[in-house]
Design a protein around this ligand. Sequence first.
Ligand SMILES: [Zn+2]
Length: 93
Amino acid sequence: MEKTYSISDLVNAKRFAYKRKGELSRCVLCGCYSCISVFLANQINEWIKIDEKDEWKDEGICPFCGSPYILGESSNHPIGKELLLEMKKYYGV
Ligand SMILES: [Zn+2]
């Protein structure tokens, strides 16, 4: 079954990519849309702080490629390689 994603799907997924550490930790599956890896949230062992609108947030670092381009499963978008590939294409990371 072929799935297609609209631009708003991708933008919404991206919004959910910026998770506080606690929120992302609750997710079971995560995906990196830089190297298209799917992994468990507890495999993330590095976090960076990002300053978003004067609010510091912890952002997970991909355990495979070191990129901060991680989506969490709780985003209402099932984590799959198709979504990750669409995200990569759209955001050009
Ligand atoms: Zn990665």
